[in-house]
Design a protein around this ligand. Sequence first.
Ligand SMILES: Cc1cc2nc3c(=O)[nH]c(=O)nc-3n(C[C@H](O)[C@H](O)[C@H](O)COP(=O)(O)O)c2cc1C
Length: 190
Amino acid sequence: MRVVKAIRQRRSIRNFKSDKIDEKLIEDILNCGRLAPSAKNRQPWHFVAILRKDLVEKIGQIMLDTHKKEDDEYVEKVLKSKNSVVATAEVVKQAPVLILIFQINDDNWSTGDNLSIGGSVENMILRSCELGLGTLWIRDTVYACEEITKAIGWKDKDYVLNCALAIGKPNEKPVQRPRKNLSDITTWIK
Ligand SMILES: Cc1cc2nc3c(=O)[nH]c(=O)nc-3n(C[C@H](O)[C@H](O)[C@H](O)COP(=O)(O)O)c2cc1C
C-alpha cells in the first residue's frame, strides 16, 4: 500500500473484532513507531504492548472507575467539548491489544518529546492500517495515568504515561470524519 492510501483510508476504529492479533504484527507496528523522527533524536518513548486481554479490560475499567464529574465539567466549560472518557473506556475494554506510550519525564523537553511521540504513534497507526488493522489513538487515559501505571506494575519514574493506542481487527467501516478545507487552514506565501 502506498503511504498516501493509508493516510486516506485510515479511520479511528471504536469497534473491534475479538480476534487475537499475531504478536509478530505488533512487533512490526512497534518497529515503525521506533523508526519515527524525534527532536534531537531523543527517542523519548517507551512502548508497553499489552496483549493480555484481562489486563486490557482492567485498564478500561480503571478509566471508568477513576472517571470524575469535575473532569466532564472541565472539558465542557474550558475545552468546549463533550468528555469522551466513558466511551473511550468501553472501546479499550474490547480492544485485543493496547499499547501504552510512555514519555521521558523531562520538563525541559516536554514540547519536543510530545511532538516526537505524536510522530511515532502516527507511524504505528499508518502501518496498522496497511496491515488491515484498525486503531484508536487515545488521550483519555490522561485522567487515570497514575492508576494505569500502577496496574501494569510500571515503576520507572523517569517515564510518564502520555497516551495509548488500541489495535485490533476493525468491526466497522466509518465514513471519513469531516475535515476543514485546505484553503481555510493554509496561508500561502509566494
Ligand atoms: C492525540 C489524539 C488523541 C485522541 N484521543 C481520543 C480518545 O481518547 N478517545 C477517542 O474516542 N478518540 C480519540 N482520538 C480520535 C479522534 O477523535 C479522531 O482522530 C477524530 O475525531 C477524527 O476522526 P478520524 O480519526 O476517524 O479521522 C484522538 C486522536 C488524537 C490525534
